[in-house]
Design a protein around this ligand. Structure first.
Ligand SMILES: NC(=O)c1ccc[n+]([C@@H]2O[C@H](COP(=O)([O-])OP(=O)(O)OC[C@H]3O[C@@H](n4cnc5c(N)ncnc54)[C@H](O)[C@@H]3O)[C@@H](O)[C@H]2O)c1
Length: 276
């Protein structure tokens, strides 16, 4: 059901690779809610993924950009304002990648060049994006910028590796820039800390199936899906959440406030019985 929450709003959506991507679901929901937007991803992701299908469905232009390259990000902003005929109201940063995770290097044997790439792709790209939107005064007053995070920024989760550090930096950038952008332009900046989600990036995390099952058992409402996340993003892009800024918002079915659940105890007990 559509509420027209984003009627008349213009946006930029980073990070839709294929129909599993959280950014894909956000684009579909934003379209349903009346928004117009551009889509962007790396040239390789555009070639290998299916973003063009999404663009066709939502009537969006696709602008290739590597989010680590300042010139690319600046072009996305300039071209988006051209294509959309004016300033932007919302931006989704849905970008994450760790070469260390991809190569299976554990946290105590990281490759530091890879580590820097992890931070650049997954966190500094957010800073660059905000810096260039500000330089071009590209976001309307009361606009909203959301980046996607994960609880491994705050708590240690085995296997999440240097992405935990990248997410901690991402959340900190949201607060630091949130102050500046809020003070000067009344623009909101938040991160959503999403449940484990079975996407291409999610599948790269070591033990994702077990983690997915664990968090689902631990969360009173169960894991939040990509569609649930898209609905939440839409509320944050809308005018209904104008005074929410500089927050890391948990969207995880309650997981972040749990210690132990009956469902998890039952599963744990079963594995003890099997051992005996
Ligand atoms: N899947 C999960 O379990 C989960 C949980 C919490 C948060 N997140 C976060 O959600 C976001 C989206 O991930 P997803 O799960 O939808 O997976 P996804 O693989 O569909 O999306 C990741 C995107 O990052 C893009 N990307 C990688 N390097 C880039 C670069 N240099 N420039 C521009 N784009 C680049 C990829 O092309 C891809 O589109 C990420 O920030 C991820 O960390 C995911």
């Amino acid at each position: 059901m559509s509420y027209n929450l984003l009627k008349g709003k213009k946006g930029i959506i980073f990070g839709a690779l294929n129909e599993l991507s959280i950014a894909w679901k956000v684009a579909e929901k934003a379209f349903e809610e009346g928004a117009v937007f551009t889509l962007t991803n790396t040239p390789a992701a555009i070639r290998m993924g299916t973003i063009n299908q999404l663009a066709e469905k939502t009537g969006s232009a696709v602008i290739p950009a590597d989010a680590t390259k300042e010139a690319d990000i600046e072009q996305v902003i300039i071209k988006s304002m051209e294509v959309l005929h004016g300033k932007i109201d919302f931006i989704l940063h849905s970008i994450g990648m760790s070469p260390n995770v991809r190569k299976g290097l554990p946290y105590d044997a990281l490759n530091y060049n890879f580590f820097l790439q992890t931070l650049d792709i997954s966190a500094l790209s957010f800073h660059k994006l905000l810096l260039f939107t500000r330089k071009h005064d590209a976001i309307n007053e009361w606009g909203s910028v959301v980046a996607l995070s994960y609880i491994a920024s705050q708590r240690t989760l085995a296997g999440y590796n240097d992405m935990g550090d990248a997410k901690a930096l991402l959340e900190s950038i949201a607060r630091s820039f949130g102050y500046i952008y809020g003070r000067d332009k009344k623009i909101r900046i938040n991160t959503i800390s999403q449940s484990p989600t079975l996407t291409t990036a999610g599948s790269g995390v070591k033990g994702i199936d077990t983690l997915f099952d664990f968090t689902d058992r631990m969360s009173p409402l169960g894991n939040a899906t990509a569609e649930d996340c898209a609905n939440y993003c839409v509320t944050l892009f809308s005018d209904l959440t104008r005074k929410v800024t500089m927050q890391n918002l948990y969207h995880d079915g309650g997981f972040s406030s749990m210690g132990m659940s009956m469902k998890a105890i039952e599963q744990y007990t079963k594995s003890f019985e099997e051992c005996e």
